[in-house]
Design a protein around this ligand. Structure first.
Ligand SMILES: Cc1cc2nc3c(=O)[nH]c(=O)nc-3n(C[C@H](O)[C@H](O)[C@H](O)COP(=O)(O)O)c2cc1C
Length: 209
């Protein structure tokens, strides 16, 4: 049995399947996914974080609004506080890198304010859903990228029960040391796509909001 058919058979639990007509390393990475919660103490090689974020930025995004941000956490003390907030999940402390994905509805407001533009509708339920979906797609792309580099990954959710809630204050304290954002938040860059600005073609970061 080929390696490809053994992966497919394992995924479908359908017994032995014929070797697929098409196969590649991307499919191999995706079908090999599994959550891993034990980590070596090694630091990530230089440039890994940037690669993961580039992969995240390449995900589809509703209307290309990219309603997400991500915070990269590597400091032990900060990871420890976040592990506590997530219900004492030890692997958050052990992981060399924790990426906290945010459905960031304020991002578009900030961009609009910087450009002195009016923006409407960023606080509707629909945008909240779009933000969550955008963040999930970005996170999944980063996860696949990490796994393709043989990095072990586990997705993790913020706890939502009342005893362990990631309240805004608690998350701000853990992530931003009491709300002061010290510049290590990574925001998605607009993709270098052509779009229409007042009838003319222009880069997407020049589109009117
Ligand atoms: C949104 C989301 C939240 C998750 N939260 C946790 C979590 O809090 N703790 C944990 O150990 N695993 C968490 N997981 C991992 C799932 O338990 C895991 O993906 C699932 O059991 C399937 O296993 P697999 O990823 O190895 O295929 C989460 C996964 C997702 C997608």
């Amino acid at each position: 049995m080929s390696y490809a058919s053994s992966l497919l058979s394992r995924r479908n639990r359908d017994g032995v399947l014929a070797a697929p007509a098409q196969w590649n390393a991307v499919l191999e990475t995706i079908l090999n996914h599994r959550s891993v919660r034990g980590f070596l103490p090694d630091q990530l090689p230089d440039g890994t974080l940037e690669l993961l974020i580039a992969a995240a930025q390449s995900a589809s995004s509703s209307s290309n609004l990219q309603f997400w941000s991500v915070v990269a956490v590597q400091e032990s003390e900060r990871k420890s506080r976040l592990a506590e907030l997530a219900g004492q999940q030890q692997f958050i402390r052990d992981a060399p890198l924790l990426l906290v994905w945010l459905a960031d509805l304020s991002r578009l407001d900030r961009i609009a304010a910087e450009r002195q533009a009016q923006v409407e509708g960023t606080h509707y339920v629909e945008e909240f859903i779009v933000g969550v979906v955008d963040a999930a797609l970005a996170a999944q792309s980063a996860l696949i990228a990490a796994e393709s580099l043989s990095k072990r990954v586990v997705p993790d959710k913020a706890q939502t029960d009342s005893s362990n809630a990631w309240t805004k204050d608690a998350a701000d304290t853990a992530l931003y040391d009491g709300g002061s954002r010290d510049g290590w938040e990574i925001r998605p860059q607009s993709k270098n796509r052509k779009c229409q600005c007042g009838g003319n073609s222009c880069d997407s970061d020049q589109c009117s909001l």
